[in-house]
Design a protein around this ligand. Structure first.
Ligand SMILES: Cc1ncc(COP(=O)(O)O)c(C=O)c1O
Length: 397
């Protein structure tokens, strides 16, 4: 077996020098790192016949970055007409879409543009069918993952999205409007190699019943999928075997899509922010570092690591890091249950020092809000040993 690289590359060492001088707050995207991840996932997906990598546009709306992904041969999935406009301008050749619910005008625009939409509920199929009888649709399917494949990061039975394929009204509505199903689409939160195979078996069985299905889209959530890349590749090979067998039994060709967001970009982006205050708070029994950006405005679900850019003193201490808004809950590294992370930093760290948060490339700008009008980070691309400022074109944030 060839030597398998890790999915992520280390950033060039110049990142830390450049980041310590940049005006804060800033996000730095590692160009080479982004390109390397794409190449590795594309290489892994080449183990599956007719499989292709798309990006979930919800992870970044920065036109320059979208343009890069399009130029590297990715397609994309969009969750709204607004994201579609960005994707089209970025030059993506293949664009799919799925959303909990579309307005009628959005359905009309997708239809005019020749984009087949993947619908999420019976009432949405009804709405679409009335408007466009006799056309093609995709279905977002709810997958009832068995308990052993569920975790805190998965959404199977507990997902609010997707159509229950066993709902007896589904065939009636499809027939009423003469709709043809051509794509099956799922996203179940974090995927594992084992859950991929479960989903494949579930979806291949559904595809048997829909003779016009030509594509199965497995969604994103590839962090857990990539915990062990050798295992990932083994399970992709297994997926390929399932598909080849299915194709030869049913004499039909199936295309496969994956559309991660976080796994492509999160690890390639760094938030640089500066400490504005350092204060011991008795209630928290901790020093709280307040920085010149906001977790509430930028990082509602991120679990980053932090690095001090100015001092590397050996003696360390655990700190809480707070954002600079008047929202009480504005702490970095808070999980969805409200539990807060502490961050280990040099004990002597003080006001004026710059911090670098990892895992900030995806969903940071697309989640951003302007509570208290804390300025949003400027965006930069680390190219070689240079920081190139990304000019925010129209249509971005
Ligand atoms: C349909 C769909 N595809 C892909 C994704 C991307 O997920 P991730 O960023 O975890 O890869 C999402 C995320 O919500 C999604 O809903």
């Amino acid at each position: 077996m060839k030597n398998i690289e890790a999915l992520y590359s280390q950033p060039h060492e110049s990142l830390f020098k450049l980041a310590s001088k940049v005006k804060t707050p800033a996000i730095i995207y590692d160009y080479q790192g982004m390109k390397d991840v794409v190449r590795r996932i594309q290489d892994d997906l080449s183990l599956v016949e007719n499989a292709k990598l798309n990006i979930a546009v919800k992870a970044t709306h920065t036109p320059h970055l979208l343009g890069l992904y399009a130029s590297w041969g990715l397609g994309c999935d969009v969750a709204s007409i607004g994201e579609y406009h960005l994707a089209k301008r970025a030059g993506f050749k293949e664009i799919t879409t799925t959303s909990p619910a579309y307005k009628k005008v959005d359905m009309e625009e997708f239809h005019r543009e020749g984009i087949t939409i993947d619908l999420d509920s019976l009432s949405q199929i009804e709405l679409y069918g009335v408007k466009f009888p006799g056309t093609e649709i995709g279905l977002r399917i709810r997958i009832p993952l068995p308990e052993e494949l569920e975790s805190e990061s998965t959404f199977g039975r507990d997902s609010r999205f997707g159509i229950d394929i066993l709902n007896h009204k589904l065939p009636i509505i499809l027939e009423r409007y003469g709709l043809t199903v051509t794509r099956l689409h799922v996203h179940t939160g974090q995927m594992t190699p084992e859950s991929l195979i479960y989903k494949a078996q579930y979806l291949l069985a559904i595809a048997e019943e829909f003779p016009d299905v030509h594509t199965i889209d497995y969604g994103g959530g590839l962090f857990h999928f990539y915990i062990d890349r050798i295992k990932t590749r083994r399970y992709l090979t297994l997926l390929n075997e399932l598909i080849l067998k299915w194709q030869s039994t049913h004499k039909r060709v199936l295309h496969t899509r994956f559309e991660p967001g976080g796994a492509l970009l999160a690890g390639c982006g760094y938030l640089i922010t500066s400490i504005l205050s350092k204060e011991y708070q008795e209630f928290f029994r901790s020093e709280i570092l307040t920085v010149d950006s906001s977790a509430w405005n930028l990082a509602p679900w991120h679990k980053p690591q932090v690095i001090s850019l100015d001092t590397d003193a050996i003696e360390t201490e655990k700190f809480l890091i707070a954002g600079n808004t008047l929202y009480e809950g504005d702490f970095f590294g808070k999980d969805t249950n409200g539990k807060m992370m502490t961050f280990e930093l040099p004990k002597s760290i003080d006001v004026g020092a710059n911090l670098l948060f990892t895992a900030s490339g995806a969903y940071t700008m697309t989640n951003s809000r302007l509570f208290n009008r804390i300025p949003l980070p400027a965006e930069y691309l680390l190219k070689g040993e240079e920081l190139v400022k990304i000019v925010r074109g129209h249509g971005s944030e």
